[in-house]
Write a protein that binds this ligand. Structure first.
Ligand code: SF4
Length: 372
């Protein structure tokens, strides 16, 4: 059996072992959305809680209907590992995992659950994991995270400094302290990057140099930037916080079509400027969050046009027969046509095409082309 098919075989064995440990609770976990949701480009997003009390003005979570009062996610850590083992899109040791996309994971109410999820998901499935946070990475938390997943990728979010940060992120610790604590955690061995997100035109870009300088002085080496996305609610909350909307509206490709419609702003020029400033201070700007996850885990990926990312020496040879074996074992109706410099070419249709793409991009970290 090749290494790709071997990963699927390992997943089946993990699922059976967890079924034995969980008994009746396995059924509940298998009904959870983590057991069926496909990964996003940054990986399979794992919810550590519902609700968030940080009250960031640019947050889209209130527009998605999530409550603002934090509660731990209802699955136990073992149930979460099982739900992911059931998920047909998830491959152990391959699919990237992302914690913290819909809530702050390290709020007091959810902190222990978040650390336990990271630990158990890594123990059972070995998913290369990433967490994004606005919390202070104090020594205790850094130690716990290193114990839970030694190569964990940690993105510390900042979108402005000083008075702007206080206004825009009223429930979060001061941005300067977040960066300094991130630097301390990096010195303890945690793989930490600055998540410069959201870039709010007219606010964040005016502070690029101060933010980059502080991150460099703290000892951080990487920056992952992300542009603001707006809904009608976010625009009105930003206006109420005193943000001039002119620079934002000038970058809107279109107006949001409804209360939940998130529209990302154009910002290629801002990212180019950030890259130039970062270079002057010896920091590297990465193309996406997953890029830092891949680097943190010493891996290599050229699955999308933003890459390649990571260490080319870590690329693993991919054999067409092994790819076919993986697809067959996973029950995906697809035929491998070839594997080469262009990536993996398979013939598949509909849902099978989608599953083939997601599984193979995660496993082989190569581009996948579907031939009709
Ligand atoms: S090539 Fe880089 S940006 Fe693209 S999926 Fe891979 S890690 Fe992410």
């Amino acid at each position: 059996m090749g290494w790709l098919a071997g990963l699927w075989d390992y997943k089946v064995r993990v699922r059976r072992r967890l079924e034995g440990l969980l008994g009746d609770a396995a059924g509940r976990a298998a009904g959870d959305h983590h057991a069926r949701r496909p990964p996003r480009p940054c990986g399979i997003t794992i919810h550590t809680g519902t609700g968030c009390s940080m009250g960031c003005v640019y947050c889209y979570v209130p527009d998605m209907g999530f409550p603002m009062r934090p509660r731990p996610y209802p699955l136990s850590p073992l149930e979460m590992a099982y739900a992911l083992a059931v998920n047909p899109y998830v491959l152990p040791r391959a699919t990237l995992a992302a914690y913290g996309s819909v809530t702050e994971p390290f709020q007091p109410e959810t902190r222990d659950r978040a650390v336990a999820y990271i630990r158990e998901v890594y123990r059972w499935l070995g998913l290369p994991s990433q967490v994004s946070t606005k919390a202070l990475l104090d020594k205790q938390l850094a130690r716990e995270l290193l114990g839970a997943e030694p190569r964990l990728s940690v993105l510390v979010s900042v979108s402005s400094l000083g008075e702007w940060a206080r206004r825009l992120e009223p429930g979060a610790p001061p941005a300067e302290e977040r960066i300094l604590a991130a630097g301390e955690a990096a010195r303890m061995g945690l793989r930490v990057a600055l998540f410069l997100r959201p870039i709010i035109p007219g606010v964040t870009d005016r502070q690029f140099e101060a933010i980059v300088r502080l991150a460099g002085e703290a000892g951080l080496r990487y920056i992952v930037p992300g542009m603001l996305r707006v809904t009608p609610g976010i625009l009105s909350r930003l206006r109420a916080a005193g943000v001039p909307l002119g620079a934002i509206e000038a970058r809107l490709p279109r107006r949001p079509r409804g209360p939940r419609d998130q529209v990302p702003l154009r910002g290629g020029d801002l990212k180019a400027r950030l890259r130039r400033i970062a270079g002057e201070y010896g920091l590297e700007v990465l193309p996406a969050a997953c890029s830092h996850n891949v680097i943190a885990h010493g891996e290599y990926c050229r699955a999308c046009r933003l890459g390649p990312c990571g260490d080319p020496g870590a690329a693993r040879p991919v054999e067409p027969g092994d790819v076919q074996e993986l697809l067959d074992a996973a029950g995906v109706r697809a035929r491998v046509l070839r594997v080469g410099g262009e990536g993996i070419v398979v013939r598949a249709r509909g849902g099978d095409a989608r599953r083939a793409r997601i599984l193979l991009e995660a496993a082989a970290r190569l581009p996948v082309r579907i031939a009709g």
